[in-house]
Design a protein around this ligand. Structure first.
Ligand SMILES: Cc1cc2nc3c(=O)[nH]c(=O)nc-3n(C[C@H](O)[C@H](O)[C@H](O)COP(=O)(O)OP(=O)(O)OC[C@H]3O[C@@H](n4cnc5c(N)ncnc54)[C@H](O)[C@@H]3O)c2cc1C
Length: 465
């Protein structure tokens, strides 16, 4: 491949002559990739490239370099803040790289193209008695897309995020070089492409861990009336490694209205439903007394027995009407302040969201299982992830965004960090807070691996050199 590829004709016809995959500048193709799940940011590239192999990706990067164009990697487009969009440059639609190349249930790893969906991996692995250690609540996203974010599941307190289970990556850097990297080889690049939102390189192939699974699961649905007891129970379960899956969903209950100085106020009580799962060879093996006796919940609501295959399926499709926006927010909180933060957030939610329709919940993370500098977590043994997932009519966005920004600021003040796959509206001060002491290194890495700043501009902001 020539090291300099210079613009001759139109961008699309130039790229068509160099690339084995598909190249399009048709309006409908451009529109298809101009928005993401968030429905908040719109950007329109000049051309969409659907690469057929890793060399196509390298060629597109070199072409962008030589012609002062920007280039973004987009996969299933399930992020919420335009992370994968591109204005006036080249958009790489990574879903066309979709083959599983090697699959070894006995050696507990697979190697696949970055655009393969987790559904394809799960469908291949389940019949062979193995599974990726962590799965998110959506199988229609790609392995490259979630490894660029982190990929959190309800067992992340044990296995870390999906990126922690990556064994190696084939990457095209911002200089157009095709490089294999792993914890032992080009490890600096490896650590910055993972959770790097396409800012430091484009993953073309991924080697990823598998684990064996047990055939049955039992999930206990337990209701807590107060947050303190829920958080105490979660700490106990995680510290003793007593369960294989853990999450909590919060339900508001309208208990009527009350009169006060500011007029009539709704009286809302939040209830907390913990779902704790054990994975077993037989449900007869479960010692329920031992599992539940010290958890201090108010009511054991339900016991759900499923096969492992049924259990891991994502629970519901999320509707995505064109007129709606999804300003989702996940905050990672030090467990020591989680109660104060969550209580404040729950008090504020009814003031700006339809609280009856907004899913709200929490999950647990254990920073000792997380090894990625671009996925910062508060420095405590236990971290509580708190999430709000509103779907709102677009005209409501300014008001909702203002309130969510205020909750982000509060979270930062209390020592929290944000999950960047969801919605964010950061300026430089927020980016500095998000990455803390790592911020100067992150800027240095961007200059090293993407010196012309062509990869995915507009999401992360950097210090000027
Ligand atoms: C309904 C729903 C449920 C979700 N549940 C969870 C959950 O349980 N846990 C969780 O952690 N997240 C969850 N998410 C968030 C989702 O996992 C992330 O937004 C993820 O990044 C989406 O992957 P994607 O394939 O759609 O990537 P895109 O949204 O297309 O891209 C995301 C980022 O990855 C980059 N990227 C994509 N491909 C590559 C590549 N090959 N190389 C380098 N960079 C690349 C893009 O440039 C962009 O910055 C959920 C999202 C939705 C909409």
């Amino acid at each position: 491949m020539p090291s300099q590829i210079t613009y001759i004709n139109s961008i699309a016809s130039d790229l068509k002559s160099m690339i084995n995959g598909d190249v399009s500048s048709i309006e409908t193709d451009l529109l298809d990739v101009s928005q993401d799940f968030g429905g908040i940011v719109q950007k329109r590239p000049q051309v969409v490239v659907r690469p057929q192999n890793s060399m196509d990706v390298a060629t597109a990067v070199k072409y962008a370099l030589s012609n002062d164009l920007t280039l973004s990697s987009r996969a299933a487009g399930h992020s919420c803040s335009g992370q994968s969009l591109n204005q006036d440059g080249i958009l790489l639609d990574m879903r066309s790289l979709n083959q599983i190349h090697e699959f070894y249930p006995d050696r507990l790893w697979f190697k696949a193209d970055a655009g393969v969906t987790w559904r394809k991996i799960v469908d291949t692995s389940l019949p062979q008695g193995v599974i990726p250690p962590v799965l998110t609540n959506n199988f229609d996203v790609t392995i490259g897309g979630t490894l660029s974010a982190a990929g959190i599941g309800q067992n992340s307190f044990r296995y870390g995020c999906q990126a922690d289970n990556c064994l190696g990556l084939e990457v095209v850097t911002g200089t157009g070089d095709l490089v294999w990297c792993s914890p032992d080889e080009n490890s600096e690049l490896f650590r910055h492409v993972l959770c790097g939102y396409g800012q430091f390189g484009i993953m073309t192939q991924i080697q990823h861990r598998l684990r064996p699974y047990r055939p049955f699961t039992r999930t206990y649905f337990l209701r807590f009336d107060d947050l303190d007891s829920l958080l105490t129970a979660e700490r106990l379960l995680v510290s003793e490694d007593r369960v294989d899956g853990l999450l909590a969903l919060f339900s508001p209950c309208m208990l009527g209205v009350a009169r006060g100085g500011t007029g009539i106020q709704p009286l809302i009580q939040w209830f907390y439903r913990m779902q704790m799962t054990v994975e077993v060879d037989s449900t007869n093996d479960i010692n329920q007394e031992q599992l539940l006796s010290d958890l201090n919940f108010q009511r054991h609501i339900y016991t759900e027995d499923l096969t492992f295959e049924q259990f891991i399926q994502p629970i519901a499709e999320v509707p995505h009407p064109a007129g709606d926006a999804n300003p989702w927010l996940d905050m990672f909180l030090p467990a020591s302040i989680a109660k104060d933060y969550i209580e404040t957030a729950l008090q504020r939610i009814p003031g700006f969201l339809d609280f009856r329709k907004t899913p709200v919940g929490s999950f647990c993370m254990s920073p000792k299982t997380i090894h990625n500098p671009l996925f910062p977590l508060p420095p405590e043994d236990l971290v509580i992830g708190f999430g709000m997932y509103p779907t709102i009519p677009k005209p409501q966005l300014p008001l909702v965004a203002e309130q969510l920004n205020a909750l982000t600021e509060l979270g930062f003040k209390m020592g929290g960090k944000r999950y960047l796959a969801t919605w964010s509206d950061f300026g430089l001060p927020q980016w500095r807070l998000q990455f803390g002491e790592y911020w100067p290194t992150l800027n240095e890495m961007k200059r090293k691996y993407d010196p012309k700043g062509l990869l995915n501009p507009g999401f992360l902001q950097y210090e000027s050199a």
